[in-house]
Design a protein around this ligand. Structure first.
Ligand SMILES: [Zn+2]
Length: 314
């Protein structure tokens, strides 16, 4: 990005995949400082450009975040960013837009945004931050330069991951009753994760924002929980990805859950390629259903039956 910036050859759009409130945001801020810094040695970190990027007051930088309750980015937000980005820049240079959680654009919003990516105004920069790059509309992802910051399984705490992998590693015999028991255990795990998310937000609220009202705090706790739940689904996805890899006869050195290699091997022996692939698709579908607010118990119950290959469920 630095070289591109110096040569005035920056791409119009980047997907930055990483922890939203961590490296992804840091990289976005650094990239913006690079573009808007007025010093000779960019980014200097001290000039007005750098400072206004940091405190988010730069008039040519627009941050778009998912709405609090729905956790989606709406078509109205996209229309407003399109109108802002089509105006001439205040400082006479670049204009930039950061979309935090670009995978949370609603379908309608994503399609509208695609038009902007197809015909970007000159000297406009889009940074699409996401912790779930696999959920971006492929037509959007293909028009952006990808920057992958970190493997995503790191966002789920070890204790939670251990419990989840324990459930996934159990032997299964294709029985619906067994699948429902599993779904139930994952739901109990999610309940504990939810309590942890609420405790985390309560503590941070007591320390940093004493005047925060209950609604805002609830919204933050719910957003945090969804982040953690989505990390859990990614962890599940990686598990089924590993199984698929082994079913295909892939190189065992590419397995991500190395500690579970034995159970992964056992699982892969019992599955056809078709079922292993379907399992990966099932987990992706489960995540999408949870994101669209379908009840957890329904998503998990149905999902685990499909994963168990149970024929008792329609
Ligand atoms: Zn500067």
């Amino acid at each position: 990005m630095r070289r591109g910036c110096e040569a005035e050859h920056l791409a119009h759009a980047y997907v930055v995949a990483g922890v939203l409130r961590g490296e992804a945001r840091e990289l976005a801020e650094k990239a913006l400082s690079l573009v808007f810094c007025s010093s000779a040695r960019r980014p200097c970190g001290t000039c007005r450009g750098c400072a206004s990027v940091r405190d988010r007051t730069h008039p040519d930088v627009l941050w778009v975040e998912p709405q609090k309750r729905s956790r989606r980015i709406s078509i109205e937000q996209v229309r407003s960013l399109q109108s802002r980005m089509s105006q001439t820049s205040f400082a006479g240079g670049w204009k930039a837009c950061v979309i935090v959680g670009a995978d949370r654009l609603s379908d309608e919003a994503a399609n509208a945004f695609l038009k902007t990516l197809e015909e970007p105004a000159p000297r406009s920069l889009f940074l699409l931050l996401t912790d779930g790059p696999q959920f971006l509309l492929p037509t959007i992802a293909s028009r952006c330069h990808p920057i992958l910051l970190r493997t995503d399984e790191d966002t789920l705490e070890d204790a939670w991951r251990g419990r989840l992998l324990g459930i996934l590693a159990e032997e299964e015999r294709g029985l619906a009753v067994q699948a429902f028991a599993r779904a139930d255990r994952v739901q109990r795990l999610l309940k504990d994760i939810k309590e942890a998310a609420e405790a985390e937000i309560r503590e941070s609220s007591a320390e940093e924002a004493e005047d925060e009202d209950a609604d805002t705090r609830d919204a933050r706790a719910s957003a945090r929980y969804r982040e953690m739940r989505s990390a859990l689904l990614r962890c599940m996805l990686l598990w089924y990805r590993d199984v698929l890899l082994l079913v295909c006869g892939g190189d065992e050195r590419l397995v991500r859950n190395t500690a579970s290699l034995e159970s992964l091997r056992a699982k892969s022996r019992a599955l056809s390629y078709r079922q292993a692939l379907r399992n990966v698709e099932t987990v992706l579908a489960m995540n999408r259903q949870l994101e669209s607010n379908i009840a957890e118990s329904a998503v998990l119950g149905h999902g685990f039956c499909l994963l168990a290959g149970s024929k008792e469920v329609v």
